[in-house]
Design a protein around this ligand. Structure first.
Ligand code: SF4
Ligand code: SF4
Length: 412
């Protein structure tokens, strides 16, 4: 694709990066039919190729309007288009540059600004979010049904002590909203890792992975979150932690991008690249011997499950089949899920900001997940888990919890 990015912008790292990405797109349109928003709305401007043109026009100094903002806002950042692009266009990185440039040119409405500010002040902060959720849980019976369905019941899970029981150790990333919404997930992860001889260390002082601010085009606060996490983890990495393990694939995708995002930061570039290289989704931790060990501990029960493969896992982290294959190796009875590459509509804060589209995507996804009659829907991301659970009575859990439950049931 030919580009004519304006001179001043082209002198900046972001301008040069956008130029490089734009030039890799051959506007073939192979990505279009795979894009969830294009499939729903049928508008080329709600497709990856259409959005690439909108960003190109923006960076070339052409007039942009609220309509441009609307089409970019409607993008889920699911990265399905990247999976299907034959030219390897780094669409998500281009979108982030586009969103930041657009934020300078188009002012949002006051209501929109306030809503975004509120989300940024609440969600990434563990204790603020936990307080908000606890209040919601107490008031739950009094709330209208729509709001009630958004608030999960409280799980009282005793946090396990960390420690260096085993020679092998990993950092287990907690994240910001997951400890309050689903504390049992990381406790289950800790127990499962313990069974295969790995100590999972919880690091105090770490915060949000930065994804919430990043997807709202707030690069300064994003960088602050990233640097804090790197500083908190660094001692443990130096002390022999072999990986930074995530049980939320959205956070995992973000941490794997730290190296890219801080590549021009003289003080942090090298450390960020090392952290990204150490980041692992929990499905990547298990060797064949670990699987055999766990399978024998699970008591041979064939749990019928539909695995919802989050976009941040299959498209963001490019781990398309890892978890499905692992679950099959562990003895799960896996339902076939039609359209398994499609987004469920959660997409971080998307389900809060684009409720109509997110609801339509969820409806289709739930239909696909329930088609095979699962006893439990399994996932690998807290956002998808909460979003999907609002639309079904079938339990939606992180798969590591189900593995842990099976091990515990078998041992009693
Ligand atoms: S992003 Fe990839 S698939 Fe889409 S139009 Fe560009 S080159 Fe083609
Ligand atoms: S990231 Fe997802 S929603 Fe956005 S353009 Fe690509 S496929 Fe469409």
């Amino acid at each position: 694709m030919q580009t004519f990015i304006t001179g001043d912008l082209l002198k900046t790292p972001a301008g040069r990066e956008a130029d490089r990405i734009l030039r890799s797109c051959v506007h073939c349109g192979f990505c279009t039919a795979t894009c969830p928003t294009y499939r729903l709305l049928g508008d080329e401007l709600d497709s990856p190729r259409g959005r690439i043109y909108l960003i190109k026009n923006l960076l070339e100094g052409q007039e942009v309007t609220r309509k441009t903002q609307l089409h970019l806002d409607r993008c889920l950042t699911c990265r399905t288009c990247e999976t299907y692009c034959p030219s390897g266009v780094e669409y998500a990185h281009l979108l982030d540059i586009g969103r930041r440039q657009l934020a300078v040119k188009i002012k949002r409405s006051l209501a929109d600004q306030c809503f975004r500010f509120l989300l940024r002040m609440l969600l990434p902060y563990k204790s603020r979010f936990a307080f908000l959720l606890r209040t919601g849980q107490v008031l739950r019976p009094l709330l209208p049904s729509r709001l009630r369905s958004m608030i999960p019941a409280r799980h009282k899970t005793r946090e396990l002590p960390g420690g260096d029981k085993h020679h092998r150790k990993v950092i287990l990333f907690a994240g910001c909203v997951q400890p309050a919404l689903s504390p049992q997930t990381n406790v289950a992860a800790q127990r499962v890792l313990d069974r295969i001889g790995i100590s999972a260390v919880a690091v105090s002082g770490e915060g949000c992975c930065g994804a919430i601010d990043y997807h709202m085009a707030e690069m300064d606060s994003t960088a602050a979150f990233i640097k804090n996490n790197i500083d908190r983890w660094w001692l443990h990495v130096a002390g022999g932690a072999e990986a930074i393990v995530t049980t939320a694939s959205g956070c995992g995708a973000m941490i794997k991008d730290y190296g890219y995002l801080l590549r021009d930061d003289p003080a942090y570039a090298e450390k960020a690249a090392r952290i990204s290289a150490l980041a692992r989704d929990i499905s990547e931790i298990f060797s064949a011997a670990d699987v055999t060990r766990l399978r024998s501990r699970m008591g041979g029960v064939a749990i019928r499950t539909a695995f919802q493969n989050p976009c941040t896992l299959q498209h963001g982290q490019k781990l398309k089949n890892t978890t499905g294959e692992l679950l099959a190796d562990l003895g799960f009875d896996l339902c076939q899920v039609p359209d398994s590459q499609a987004c469920c509509g959660s997409a971080g804060v998307y389900s809060l900001m684009q409720q109509e589209l997110a609801g339509q995507l969820r409806k289709a996804k739930i239909g696909d997940l329930l088609a095979g009659g699962p006893e439990v829907i399994t996932t690998a991301n807290i956002g998808c888990q909460m979003h999907l659970q609002q639309a079904t009575e079938v339990p939606v859990k992180h798969w590591i919890e189900v593995v842990d439950e099976a091990c515990r049931d078998a041992s009693t």
